[in-house]
Design a protein around this ligand. Sequence first.
Ligand code: SAH
Length: 340
Amino acid sequence: MTLADYMAECLLHPRHGYYATRDPFGRAGDFITAPEISQMFGELLGLWLAQVWLDQGSRSRIVLAEIGPGRGTLMADVLRVIRKVPGMADAAEVHLVEASAALRARQRETLKSVEVHWHDNLSDLPEGPLYLLANEFFDALPIHQFERAASGWSERQVGLREGRLAPGLSAPAPLAALEHRLPDTQPGQIVELCPALPQIAGEIGARLAQYGGAALIIDYGDWRSLGDTFQALTDHRPVSPFAEPGEADLTAHVDFEALSDALSGAGARVSPMVPQGVFLERLGIAQRAGALARNLSGAALDNHIAAHRRLTHPEEMGQLFKVIAATAADAPPLPALDPA
Ligand code: SAH
């Protein structure tokens, strides 16, 4: 089978899939995400959304949506902040797009004081101005990997060798979708394609173009995919993606050029891509960190300082993670991203 089929089964199989069977987050889990590191992340994203909502005329009914909401922590932090912005919480209908039943239950617990609507797909969201967040969602979408041959491409596949799962390669063939990568690749190099990414980003872009609002996408990756970024994590450590299917988190780096092309191809305006550390600093994370530090001491203060560093430092998440946003073509500049 292709790597994409393998990834989809491992992550989302209803009985054996990684996300279907557990809550993988936090120190006791397999990996930790920005909203689980510090409340500052969700608070600053909430303020970003609030500023965009104000700049776009404080619409009286908005679809406040998140795709891949994990434990619901980010949405909880966002809601706490927007309640301080007169009128915004009343305007916001909360919609979560989540494939995992186990994580939906966890989100229901985190957000129990709020009316929340769950959906299987983005296309099920109601019409209306869309204010959307996606943190570490796109990296979980299944990818295909192609190895450059002399003139065409061989697809990386997963098969059985001596009773064990092992990677293999298809016979090389021309591939229209990678024609544009022939000039900037050499034989032997790997290029990744994520078919669901342009589909989902295109749907977001079309909704922004039609109804207004904004989408904020944060993930690890870079402007153009090159090389093998397929990885498996168990207990915060890299493992072979083929050793225990369904037991490890499988991800790949996100191709931000593909995101940008799909959003703008659907009629939205896309911001420049900015590293997470720069984005959070522009939103005032240093000031927020200072304010929170005043009430902390001892180990709690040490943890807080470490969390600030982890989110922003170039050797931690600050540079690897990138931020991009999109809005309607005629919307005002997006705070902290568009040139004013
Ligand atoms: N945003 C959260 C969680 C990131 S993990 C955080 O930052 O902590 C990825 C999330 O996307 C999980 O909630 C997972 O169940 C969900 N997910 C993965 N593939 C999905 C799909 N195809 N459709 C909807 N949700 C998906």
